[in-house]
Design a protein around this ligand. Structure first.
Ligand SMILES: Nc1ncnc2c1ncn2[C@@H]1O[C@H](COP(=O)(O)OP(=O)(O)OP(=O)(O)O)[C@@H](O)[C@H]1O
Ligand SMILES: [Mg+2]
Length: 358
């Protein structure tokens, strides 16, 4: 096997855990005959949020949900029969703050010190209340001076404590935490062509500009899968459960089929906000890195919307692919009929574990 999984540093199985606003996705990954393999997985979705907006699993008020998430996790782990006891968890974009820093070229040691010192100017929270992480993402010539670009991520300590508490309650050892965009970039963004990854979730859509397997720029909008359902419900005068079913059954197929045109066109205003965000991020990336975005990669369960690839391809004039993590992680043969859907659902969870099989 080539690419990011050609070597491994940790032979034991790991759980990659992605706790979204309305779902929990877990991938158990380990070596099978020397090949990195998805050994087991679980997808858990709550539908209560469709009627009651206060039933999301993740919100910015962290405390409310620790016990609830822990009890869901316990149940899922028991049902799925996972064996691994070491977990890596993703942190959603809305719980982290990211920025790009340009520094004149200097030794790594000096750069580390400078970043820690400069971070204070960029982060909207007191520096002693956050954990910092950074990675060099490129070089640039500014006014004749060579500079290094760093991608800086800060997580409030409170967020880290929140996850530690949950995993203590569940009895799993929390091996590490990672921004979900970083995991997606590692897993899906190592192609030669820079890509824009669109992660269409329930309450938010994350947009990531990635190059060489690392995250370069990121943005986000609150327009996502739930907004599509709500706009269908109000446009067609139906309840949200019915709208959710119709969204999944018909998607955008009505754009090519007059019988369902009314249904599909109800969702276009929301999609055009998401694509507006994608266009802005593309422009920012192209001007910052002087390189064209060459492709769009769709992930998240919202990316299962029928006809979405074709629609986005037409609107943005770029090739569009659905996430395909199976180039780097083997899938059990009996699961191969599900490869496309599982790829979109599990990419964050798989990307988390990928780091440990480099
Ligand atoms: N077949 C389908 N067609 C269209 N949309 C779908 C389909 N299956 C699931 N969805 C939508 O996917 C969304 C959930 O996506 P996902 O599970 O990635 O969200 P999440 O990770 O929990 O949320 P977030 O990333 O916002 O925190 C829901 O809005 C759901 O309606
Ligand atoms: Mg998600």
């Amino acid at each position: 096997m080539n690419g990011i999984f050609s070597k491994f540093t940790s032979p034991s199985d790991h759980l990659g855990i992605d706790i979204g606003t309305t779902s929990i996705k877990i991938a158990e990954v380990g070596l099978e005959k020397g090949v990195v393999t998805l050994k087991n997985y679980a997808l858990f979705e709550t539908l209560g949020h469709l009627e009651r907006s206060n039933t999301a699993l993740q919100t910015s008020t962290l405390k409310l949900f620790e016990d609830e998430i822990a009890s869901y996790l316990r149940l899922i782990i028991r049902r799925a029969g996972f064996n691994a006891r070491e977990a890596i968890v993703s942190i959603p974009a809305f719980q982290a703050f990211t920025t790009i820093l340009d520094l004149p070229q200097m030794s790594q040691e000096d750069a580390d010190r400078t970043i820690r010192f400069k971070a204070e100017q960029y982060i909207p929270l007191p520096i002693n209340s956050v954990a910092l992480d950074w990675v060099k993402v490129g070089e640039k010539l500014m006014d004749g001076i060579k500079t290094d670009q760093y991608f800086l991520i800060s997580y409030p300590n409170e967020v880290i404590e929140h996850y530690k508490k949950i995993f203590n309650l569940v009895g799993l050892s929390l091996f590490s935490l990672e921004l979900e965009g970083v995991s997606l970039a590692r897993l899906l963004g190592s192609d030669q062509k820079p890509a824009l990854i669109i992660d269409l979730g329930s309450r938010s859509t994350s947009l990531l500009a990635v190059k060489d397997g690392s995250l370069r720029l990121m943005s986000q909008t609150d327009y996502a899968g739930s907004s599509l359902t709500v706009s269908l419900a109000s446009g067609l005068g139906i309840n949200v459960r019915r709208a959710e079913d119709l969204k999944r059954q018909k998607g955008l197929s009505g754009l090519d089929n007059p019988a369902d045109r009314e249904l599909s066109t109800q969702m276009l205003p929301i999609l055009s906000v998401i694509l507006g965000e994608a266009k802005r991020l593309r422009e920012r990336f192209e001007s910052a890195y002087s390189l064209p975005i060459g492709q769009i990669i769709l992930t998240g369960n919202g990316a299962n919307l029928i006809g979405l690839e074709k629609y986005i391809g037409r609107e943005l004039g770029l090739e569009v692919h659905r996430a395909n993590p199976w180039q780097s992680i083997a899938l059990r043969e009996d699961l191969s009929p599900l490869s496309s859907e599982l790829g979109a659902s599990l990419s964050v969870a798989l990307g988390l574990t990928a780091k440990y099989f480099k």
